[in-house]
Design a protein around this ligand. Structure first.
Ligand code: BGC
Length: 766
């Protein structure tokens, strides 16, 4: 008898011994400690606590008489989110590593490294007694204003899926679980609990579900978190099509599905859909489930299946194994990995007049911009981590041996200290509801600036952005730089350029901003993203040249907001006249968003419609140069797979790494197709000057297939396919082609999630 079979039997047997109340308790979490909202389900079981790990987002119910313990789930994608102190005892801390945000990790294009990050992150989960971390987040960067984009990887589903698989495999190698989220169609925060995402079947499957599909198939996450929104009229957490037909029947998902916190409306509908766990859980939900079984509205067989899956999940947990966690992970070793990962994902956007790396003779740096002093390690909300420290940029530069102009530093310190006294940070929920705005950029007096330009060797300006759960960003003073920020850049550039000194801009941002209007003022631009707790050290590694930048954009920087294909449809329309009272005293306004750009998200749009972005998908510079050569396919026609190899040579003067991106242009056929789509990617090792490496990619018919809605099937068309390998989506270095003799139906699917009224989508005009 196989292990899985034995576990199934054991789970069935345990569920058969449970009372109806026990089953209902098992599928509803134990609540959450929010003042005024606390719902503790504590039932007849002695010793149950929802505070097993303080600061965790939720706990599942224990049934001790059957040997089932409580399990603990905690946020979130950028590291383990728990309370750093317990019971006001300051002698022992429970800090976790704030890792670089997901968008930065994707920009490494290095799945081995991301797996290593996952491995270390998972170790903290295990050693702090948590069973599941609520991440990674893998919604798509549909629009730069998405408030949680920093928690997500990319605008591209293949990058998203591969990064997900890497991090999940890393985390779960520790014997703890992940929850890939938010499944699905949750690309905005505006009206997130009420918004109805209207999307075509093809677009949903090809763009928004694909990353989840790759993640499920390549890494078997223990859990999936259903999202808050409706999809084509049905709540994600109540959608049988989504959670059972697609996720389980088509993709073979074996774990549990949990709701997002307080997500959905109908506990019985959620059970029927295959949403096994309602989080954080309320007594009303438990009661509704019990009543529904008693009234015959919920077949107990359905509840039994949900409960069996819960039991199997508990069997896997460290809580069940009674693991004696240490509460002492090796944070120092993890910080070193965080620093490496951070530097690997930073993207050099511009570098003129050899502004970077800093010359060996460089001594004094004049450092401008509030976030040089007060760097942002990661975004806000549940994706925030309680880390022990964050290395600011000024600290990182000092650690690297540079001297910072003290007069400039002192002016900033005084300005920011004063701001903090006047705007003290509030508690988590108060900040969530009403975030303290960041200090306006400090404008330094022009006379002082001119003096500093004479005295220092170079100017560094950091521009910062923060965002997070609950709110989307806006165009003015967020996507676009504020007038004060533009003035700061201009004034510093004028002063320093007039003295023949260079200006470097560092972007400490979690999401895309406008760059085209001000970039001429900068000699170099380093996109540092939100790099986690070792932020300043990692940025200094790039600026000094200790690390040669090798990050590439996994999301496009458009020329202007209006160029974004979803600019007009994001974040949709709302119906204030239908508003109802929601949680935390908030109004719930029904909303609707139509994904009318269809499959033309990100570079699929910019390339196909010839709209030139500021920095294209896949773009990123290095301090050295690379040559791509010898693109070779192992066959002229695809049978099962095609293998492509390409040679990459470092032709410059310093060691570096290059990312090779493999795009495919499909033959024109019945369906509209983007001009090219990413199908595979790889990164070289550190290549010394003159050194070469061959990278190999494998392409199968599945990779070529598009979703044909009429046939409800994934189909790879017959014809000639062009393989394009390059260093970015606009810099193709080598091409080759192969043919597919006959159309291949790679998968016949079940009709699911069809919109009630067809979604009118953007199409290419031929
Ligand atoms: C977020 C989730 C998070 C959960 C638990 C929700 O508000 O959307 O991403 O995991 O809270 O904190």
């Amino acid at each position: 008898m196989s292990f899985a079979f034995a576990q199934n039997n054991k789970a069935k047997e345990l569920v058969s011994k449970m009372t109806l109340e026990e089953k209902a308790n098992l599928v509803v979490g134990m609540g959450m400690n929010i003042p005024g909202l606390t719902q503790n389900n504590t039932g007849p079981v002695i010793g149950q606590t929802m505070d097993k790990v303080p600061g965790a987002a939720g706990t599942t119910y224990a049934i001790s008489r059957l040997g089932l313990p409580n399990t603990v789930v905690a946020d979130g994608p950028a590291g383990l989110r728990i309370e750093p102190f317990r019971n006001k005892d300051s002698s022992k801390s429970y800090y976790a590593t704030a890792w670089p945000v997901a968008t930065l990790l994707a920009s490494t294009w290095d799945t081995k490294l991301v797996k290593q990050v996952g491995n270390a992150m998972g170790n903290e989960v295990k050693e702090y007694g948590v069973d599941v971390i609520l991440g990674p987040g893998l919604n798509i960067h549909r629009n730069p204003l998405g408030g949680r984009n920093f928690e997500y990887y990319s605008e591209d589903p293949v990058v998203t899926g591969k990064m997900t698989a890497a991090i999940v495999n890393g985390i779960q190698s520790n014997g703890v679980g992940t929850s890939i989220k938010h499944f699905a169609g949750n690309e905005q925060e505006t009206n997130r609990n009420t918004v109805n995402t209207l999307v075509s079947e093809r677009t949903f499957r090809e763009i928004y579900l694909k990353g989840f599909e790759i993640g499920v198939k390549e890494s078997n996450p223990w859990t999936v978190m259903s999202s808050y929104n409706y999809i084509n009229g049905k709540y994600a957490s109540e959608s049988y099509d989504l959670l059972t037909t697609i996720l389980r029947k088509e993709w073979g998902f074996k774990g549990i599905v949990m709701t997002d916190w307080f997500g959905g409306k109908d506990p019985v509908g959620q059970m029927k859909a295959g949403n096994d766990l309602l989080m954080p859980g309320t007594p009303q939900q438990t009661k509704a489930i019990i009543d529904a079984v008693k009234d015959g509205k919920l077949d107990v067989k359905v509840l039994d299946e949900n409960a069996e899956r819960m039991v199997k999940y508990i069997f896997r947990s460290q809580a069940y194994k009674n693991y004696k966690f240490s509460n002492a992970p090796d944070l120092k070793a993890h910080a070193a990995i965080a620093r490496t990962a951070a530097a690997e994902g930073m993207v050099l956007l511009k570098n003129e007049h050899a502004a970077l790396p800093f010359s060996k003779n460089l001594k004094t740096i004049a450092t401008f911009g509030n976030t040089s002093y007060d760097i942002i390690s990661g975004g806000t909300g549940s994706g925030d981590v309680n880390e022990a420290y964050t290395i600011s940029l000024v600290q990182g530069l000092t650690n690297a041996g540079y001297t910072l102009d003290n007069e400039v530093k002192k002016s900033y310190d005084a300005y920011l200290d004063d701001y903090k006294i006047k705007h003290p940070k509030k508690g988590f929920f108060q900040e969530f509801m009403n975030p303290t705005p960041p200090a306006t950029e400090f404008i330094i007096d022009n006379n002082l600036l001119s003096k500093k330009a004479g005295e220092s060797d170079i100017a560094l300006i950091t521009i910062g952005r923060n965002a997070g759960e609950g709110k989307d960003r806006k165009v003015e003073n967020d996507f676009n730089l504020s007038e004060v920020e533009k003035t700061l850049i201009k004034n510093v550039a004028d002063a320093f350029h007039s003295k023949n000194k260079k200006v470097v801009v560092v972007l400490n941002i979690g999401g895309v901003i406008e760059t085209a209007s001000w970039r001429d003022n900068a000699d170099a631009i380093v996109l540092a993203w939100q790099p986690g707790l070792e932020a300043g050290n990692a940025i200094a590694d790039i600026l000094s040249g200790k690390v040669n930048p090798s990050g590439k954009l996994a999301t496009t920087f458009p020329g202007k907001y209006d160029d974004v294909p979803s600019a007009k449809s994001f974040p949709g329309i709302e119906f204030p006249e239908k508003a109802t009272a929601g949680m935390f005293g908030m109004k719930q306004i029904p909303g609707e968003v139509t994904y009318d750009e269809g499959i033309y998200v990100g570079y699929r749009y910019y390339n196909s419609f010839n709209v030139k972005p500021a920095y294209e998908f896949g773009y990123g510079m290095s301090y050295t140069d690379f040559k791509f050569s010898n693109l070779t396919l192992n066959s002229k026609s695809l049978d099962k797979t095609i293998t492509a190899t390409v040679t990459i040579t470092n032709t410059g003067k310093v060691a570096g790494k290059e990312v090779a991106q493999l795009y495919i242009t499909a033959p024109s056929a019945k369906l509209d197709k983007p001009s090219m789509e990413l199908k595979a990617f790889g990164k070289t090792n550190l290549l010394q000057p003159g050194q070469s490496q061959q990278l190999t990619f494998t392409i199968s018919a599945e990779d070529l297939a598009s979703f044909d809605t009429d046939a409800t099937s994934w189909i790879a068309d017959a014809g000639t396919y062009t393989v394009k390998v390059g260093s970015s989506s606009a810099s193709i270095k080598q091409t080759a082609s192969f043919s597919l003799a006959k159309e291949v139906v790679t998968q016949k699917c079940i009709k699911a999630l069809a919109p009630e009224v067809p979604v009118i989508e953007l199409k290419r005009a031929f």
